[in-house]
Design a protein around this ligand. Structure first.
Ligand code: CU
Length: 681
């Protein structure tokens, strides 16, 4: 953020950098969702304070937008000064000349002032004017005949679009030009043409323990289930939602006989697993889609301990959203790999967009919600809207967490407990540390140990700062995903001592050591994340000219997002060195290369937001964010890139084949945000 000097100090220049605060996650937030910024001021040309009056020093202050809460940041001077952390989602900074550095309130002459980038959001209400170009033309409600239809596809309902549920504050349907707008694709309701009562009831996930060379039959199909009183047609693997939990030892190879029993072409991708390229399940790159009723046999080898997940790799916005996902828990060989715990819980977090008429239809030819991705309004844990658990006093529970949602970033916490971060996508962190919450972007996994040290009820909360694009302001939002009831009876054995000990994992540090010399090397490849739109309704595109926030934790523009489809929105991975974009990117590497990729998420894009970037078939380290080196490394396959941030990834190119790199927001992937790289022998 640039600070503006008062008129008599025009030769003064000042910038405050909002640098990432130290965190084992991709983005630093408190348990209540407030962001954590580390402020660093760089100032030049300030005159001596005495020249302005009876002053001895300069002091920087931070304020909320309404100026009702002030924080003294500290003394500043010419040069670079660290001002510590700040936790306001939007704020202003004032610098004043003061008589003493001890002052606790601002009293002296104001010399510099500035506004955080997140406070320069362009509120949609400021942009909607009845005179806005195109507004009147688009104000005409869409006639039923305007709707494209796919008569050939049996599962495409010819019914009209129904509005998705949205909070009244976000009901932009009353905005000029918005009324009557619907996505310009046909609505797709899965199971609309089948007898629902004939479908099997969805069953809870089952644990399947497999050993080396075992075979698993996995069949996708339509299932019936009831969520919040609504009977829905969804998908399941082996009739389960989530699909079977595959528990397998590290080093094992299993065979999975897949049969596609749903009404669309499908496949299975083994997310994060460094398997044989031909079994990666990537439609269009490693295999053709498996037609309805057809089969494909996957051979999956598990070279790394950790938590992985499987899902189709075609129309993820429909198939994954309807429940086609499951976990693989790959067990380390030795008993001491993790600290001992009393219990393990493997949880898949998800959300579902459920209205009065059931699920909001999907786009038949292309995804709806192409701007921000499809955020649900019902949170699911292992397919259920509530996850309840009973534990004994003092129990230490290891939670293996996967974010299976299309677009939502979770900020999960258990208030009143202690939580320790242990591992992420492809194994353990270098060292364990206590954390107030877990931040999981789509497709990311984290393993945390939680100690329940007090009897009573502990809610499982998702707490974020929700942005309302209409007014350009943030407000706290909280969802309860479940409850843990802690009984009065004490657990035995107690692992309090082992829990409190923060392990340093020499095995992980040792594996990372050979890569360290490359941490500061110049990047070998670069990517810019951006987007373009073409043919969006004017009422929508007119509002995509604002400055954006680094993170969208919610769908703060539900109507605009819904009507934007993959036909009008193109999300872009761009190689700035060659100018090539998305599937035209054809990077080539060799097995054994360690490749530094610098990813910049352009905040000036029409609707910049965070992207969880996923590389297939390899593992990587997030070595720095905005030039700040990571201090606790872990092997990853998916990393969040907030808008405006530059992130350096160091990829261990160890697995030959043609692999995908893409954004894991299902609707962004469906809007083109993918490329391919090849690793040669
Ligand atoms: Cu994305």
């Amino acid at each position: 953020m640039t600070l503006v000097p008062v008129p008599e100090l025009q030769t003064t220049s000042a910038v405050i950098q909002l640098r990432p605060a130290a965190t084992p996650f991709g983005v630093a937030v408190h348990a209540d969702g407030r962001p954590r910024y580390r402020l660093v001021a760089s100032i030049a040309g300030l005159p001596s304070p005495q020249s302005l009056g009876e002053y001895t020093t300069y002091v920087a202050w931070a304020y909320t937008l309404s100026l009702d809460s002030a924080v003294k940041l500290g003394v500043v001077r010419n040069g670079v000064v660290s001002l510590g952390e700040l936790s306001y989602p939007q704020f202003r900074v004032l610098v004043s000349a003061e008589r003493s550095s001890d002052v606790s309130t601002r009293g002296g002459k104001l010399v510099l002032r500035g506004t955080s980038p997140s406070a320069r959001l362009m509120a949609h209400r400021d942009l909607v004017q009845p005179s806005a170009p195109g507004a009147l033309r688009d104000a005409v409600p869409a006639a039923p005949g305007d709707m494209p239809a796919m008569h050939a596809a049996p599962n495409v309902s010819r019914a009209r679009w129904t509005m998705p549920p949205m909070r009244p504050a976000l009901m932009s349907s009353s905005m000029p030009g918005m009324r009557g707008l619907v996505p310009r694709v046909a609505p797709l309701r899965v199971g609309a043409a089948v007898d629902t009562t004939a479908l099997p009831l969805s069953r809870p996930r089952e644990l399947v323990r497999l050993r080396d060379r075992d075979t698993l039959r996995l069949e996708s199909g339509l299932v019936r289930r009831t969520i919040n009183g609504k009977t829905l047609v969804m998908y399941g693997f082996n009739g389960q939602h989530p699909g079977p939990l595959i528990d397998v030892p590290k080093g094992a190879t299993i065979v999975v006989q897949f049969r596609n029993g749903i009404d669309q072409p499908s496949s299975i991708h083994w997310h994060g697993v460094r398997l044989d390229n031909r079994f990666d399940g990537t439609v269009g790159v490693t295999q053709d889609a498996v037609a309805p009723g057809e089969r494909f046999t996957y051979t999956v080898r598990f070279p790394d301990a950790g938590l992985y997940w499987y899902h189709p790799h075609i129309r993820e916005d429909i198939q994954q959203d309807l429940g086609l996902y499951g976990n693989m828990l790959v067990r380390p060989p030795s008993g001491g790999y993790y600290a001992p715990v009393n219990r393990e819980e493997v949880l898949m977090l998800d959300d579902l967009l459920l209205g009065d008429d059931g699920l909001t239809p999907y786009g038949a030819e292309a995804p709806t919600h192409a701007l921000m991705g499809r955020f649900g309004n019902v949170m699911l844990v292992n397919g259920e809207p509530r996850h309840d658990l009973v534990v004994r006093l003092g129990e230490v529970v290891r939670f293996y967490l996967t974010n299976a949602s299309s677009a939502r970033v979770f900020n999960l916490s258990f208030p009143g407990t202690r939580m320790k971060i242990v591992a992420s996508d492809v194994g353990k962190f270098e060292r364990e540390e206590m954390v107030p919450s877990v931040v999981l972007a789509p497709a990311e996994r984290y393993v945390v140990d939680v100690e329940f040290g007090r009897a009573g009820r502990v809610p499982m909360l998702n707490r974020v700062q929700a942005l309302d694009h209409m007014v350009g302001l943030f407000a706290p939002e909280e969802d309860t995903l479940g409850t843990v009831r802690v009984t009065d009876a004490a657990v035995a054995p107690r692992y309090a001592t082992q829990f409190a000990r923060l392990r340093r994992n020499a095995d992980v540090a040792g594996e990372i050591a050979p890569f360290r010399r490359l941490f500061d090397a110049p990047p070998a490849r670069s990517l810019v994340l951006t987007m373009r739109t073409e043919g969006l309704p004017a009422a929508v595109s007119n509002m995509l000219i604002g400055i954006n926030a680094p993170m969208d934790w919610n769908d703060g523009m539900a109507m605009m997002n819904w009507v934007s489809t993959g036909k009008e929105v193109r999300w872009v991975l761009r190689d700035p060195d060659t100018g090539k974009e998305n599937m035209d990117i054809d990077w080539r590497f060799r097995v054994g290369d360690a490749v530094k990729i610098r990813v910049f998420n352009d905040p000036a894009a029409s609707h910049a937001m965070q992207h969880p970037l996923h590389l297939h078939g390899q593992r990587f380290l997030v070595v720095s964010r905005d030039g700040v080196a990571a201090t606790n490394l872990v092997w990853k396959d998916t990393a969040i890139i907030p808008a405006g941030e530059t992130v350096d990834l160091l990829v261990d190119m160890a697995n030959p084949g043609r692999w995908m790199i893409h954004c894991h927001v299902a609707e962004h992937l469906g809007a083109g945000m993918m490329g391919v790289f090849e690793v040669g022998q």
